[in-house]
Design a protein around this ligand. Structure first.
Ligand code: PLP
Length: 383
């Protein structure tokens, strides 16, 4: 099998699994209890917090563990909206956010907030001028993702943060897709809040974190016990958090080397696709793009049909995001970057990772042009 869907999820690194395993049975204490077994679990959580803080370049007390990227996004948006409701009810985000942000914004609209969805250019970059003009006295939060999961475009986060913060407004970024792929310092980027997820980082699913800059007031989202310094109730997912810490530690030491290797493989794949498949559109920014992501539309061929044929050849890819696969709705990201309607259902996304090899790329390049040719022969849209 060739796996090229690392933006959907990643396999756990063996070193991560090894470090997590004792916390399921032997070291099973509840971190809130007082005996030695429990203190051991507590210490493991704090060690993980330290490791993640190093990857994100922040203080340990600015990290709050969550059940993943979705919870972190919901927390940042819903609790900001609730906490700042007396200041205003205007929120700004981009039109290409993950559904964890978009659907949360739609929920907030239903309960009386006003949300502006910023347009993007043909590469998926947010229109900074529209952003500047759109911040109002009653704007309480701006949320723009660091990198897009479908097309890989990286936003000018530092520039956006400067604009937003000069107006005294909080800035949140969904940093789920950049983490572990390319260096991302929350301090250098100047963000107030940032969401992270472990399963995109060679760690387990169901665990993530929200960075909340010291000085930012964010009410709790989950209420109950006093965990996470009374900000996020619920007995901690100790094994998962330990896994997140280990995954972060590995990323700190290996990310630069992996990024260069993966970029070379992605570029080889992109070049091969361009040379061997006529009439395609490559989506996303030519340079400001995640080093592992290649998304393109293939004229006159359904994305789902290509995926099924690739699967028969043992190749795992995606037609966009894992969350929209299986739905007949075209991708909101491709609509936002202006892909013509006729091409909207014909996208493919390959997202590479650290286990891919040149041999994998070559096998995809052997299989895909034949699949496209076969499907085009049957397509009424192809002449
Ligand atoms: N944000 C982005 C950009 C993502 O790609 C994802 C996952 O696909 C999420 C949020 C959701 O993260 P999780 O799966 O940890 O809830």
């Amino acid at each position: 099998m060739i796996y090229m869907d690392y933006n959907a999820t990643t396999p756990c690194d063996k070193r991560v699994v090894e470090e997590m395993t004792p916390f399921f049975s032997g070291r099973f204490g509840n971190p809130s209890s007082i005996y030695t077994l429990a203190r051991d679990a507590y210490k493991a959580i704090e060690q993980a917090r330290g490791r993640l803080a190093k990857l994100l370049d922040c203080n340990t007390n600015e990290i709050f563990f969550t059940s993943g990227g979705t919870e972190a996004d919901n927390w940042a948006l819903v609790s900001s909206a609730f906490g700042l409701r007396n200041k205003g009810k205007h929120i700004i985000t981009s039109s290409i956010e993950h559904h964890a942000v978009l659907h949360t914004c739609q929920f907030l609209e239903k309960v009386g907030y006003e949300v502006l969805y910023l347009p993007v250019d043909k590469y998926g970059v947010v229109d900074v001028d529209v952003l500047k003009q759109s911040i109002r006295n009653d704007t309480i939060l701006v949320s723009v993702m660091a990198a897009n999961n479908e097309i890989g475009t990286i936003q000018p986060i530092r520039e956006i943060a400067d604009i937003v913060k000069s107006k005294g407004v909080y800035f949140h970024t969904d940093a789920v897709q950049v983490t572990g792929k390319t260096p991302f310092s929350v301090k250098e980027m100047g963000v107030d809040m940032a969401s992270f997820s472990c399963h995109k980082l060679y760690g387990p699913k169901g665990v993530g974190a929200l960075y909340v800059r010291k000085g930012v007031t964010l009410p709790p989202f989950l209420h109950g016990g006093g965990q996470e310094r009374r900000k996020r109730a619920g007995t901690e997912n100790v094994a998962g958090i330990v896994g997140l810490g280990k995954a972060a530690e590995i990323a700190v030491s290996e990310m630069a080397e992996e990024e260069a290797k993966i970029r070379a493989l992605r570029d080889r794949l992109e070049q091969g696709v361009r040379e061997n498949i006529p009439e395609i559109i490559v989506n996303g920014h030519p340079e400001q793009r995640l080093s592992n992501t290649l998304n393109f539309c293939v004229k006159a061929v359904e994305g789902e049909a290509m995926l099924l044929h690739l699967d028969l050849d043992g190749i795992c890819a995606s037609s966009g995001s894992a969350c929209t696969s299986g739905s007949l709705e075209p991708s909101h990201v491709l609509i936002a970057i202006g892909i013509p309607e006729i091409m909207l259902h014909s996208s493919l996304r390959f997202s590479l990772g650290k286990h891919n090899t040149e041999g994998d790329v070559d096998r995809v390049l052997e299989a895909l042009p034949n699949i496209v040719e076969k499907l085009r022969r049957m397509s009424p849209l192809w002449q």
